[in-house]
Design a protein around this ligand. Structure first.
Ligand code: IMP
Length: 193
């Protein structure tokens, strides 16, 4: 079976992606012996995803994909955006979420979207896949599932937060689910050839 490395250490993301990818053996960074932090110094999801995928490709020479994702809040001019993971100054989901809630207090427009960009390096060529999920930020946390900002994000067309919805539903409508499904379609075509 073909192997593909996921260039992430985020357990929540890896769990979601494993649910979606079949027919290819997914290897984690631990599986390939990569233990360093990969810097994400750029201002776009695309550049950060490329930086992560390239670092692992250089390290291992293997086919690899990286996802860079985040929450963009309209009333905050798109923040936290590429800074979603460290918005409060450290990698702390609870503090990041509380910072967004406090910045949004009193705001009328609570609309937001999650965006994910996957950069795939497949047989030494670079490919990008994007997914967006629109919704709104509620003022109090609800639900135990998901990760990051999920307890306050209600996707359009639903009443529950991403932390309340089952993972199967989240994966069908989420930014990452959409981007991963595009990559899966691409991989199916490649593997047929
Ligand atoms: P990355 O590892 O740089 O892509 O950071 C992604 C960050 O964006 C996460 O640490 C979360 O804060 C946020 N994020 C991205 N996708 C999701 C999601 O599906 N649910 C909740 N938070 C997310």
């Amino acid at each position: 079976m073909e192997q593909l490395v996921i260039a992430s250490n985020n357990a929540g993301k890896i769990r979601e992606i494993r649910e979606l990818v079949e027919g290819v053996e997914l290897l984690s960074l631990r599986d390939i012996g990569f233990t360093e932090e990969i810097a994400e110094p750029f201002f776009t999801f695309e550049e950060n995803a490329l930086a992560k995928a390239s670092a692992i490709h250089q390290f291992s020479g293997r086919n690899v994909f990286a996802d860079d994702s985040g929450l963009c809040v309209i009333a905050l001019n798109g923040k936290p955006g590429v800074d979603s993971a460290h918005y409060c100054g450290e990698r702390d989901d609870e503090k990041n979420l509380q910072k967004v809630l406090s910045e949004l207090s009193g705001a009328e427009d609570r609309s937001a979207f999650y965006k994910a960009v996957i950069c795939l390096i497949w047989n030494n060529e670079v490919y990008y896949f994007e997914g967006i999920c629109r919704g709104r930020i509620i003022s109090e946390k609800r639900g135990e599932g998901g990760f990051g900002y999920d307890p306050v994000f209600v996707p359009d067309g639903f009443e529950q937060t991403f932390a309340e919805l089952p993972l199967g539903i989240k994966n069908q409508i989420s930014h990452r689910g959409k981007a991963v499904m595009k990559m899966v379609e691409f991989l199916k075509q490649q593997l047929r050839c």
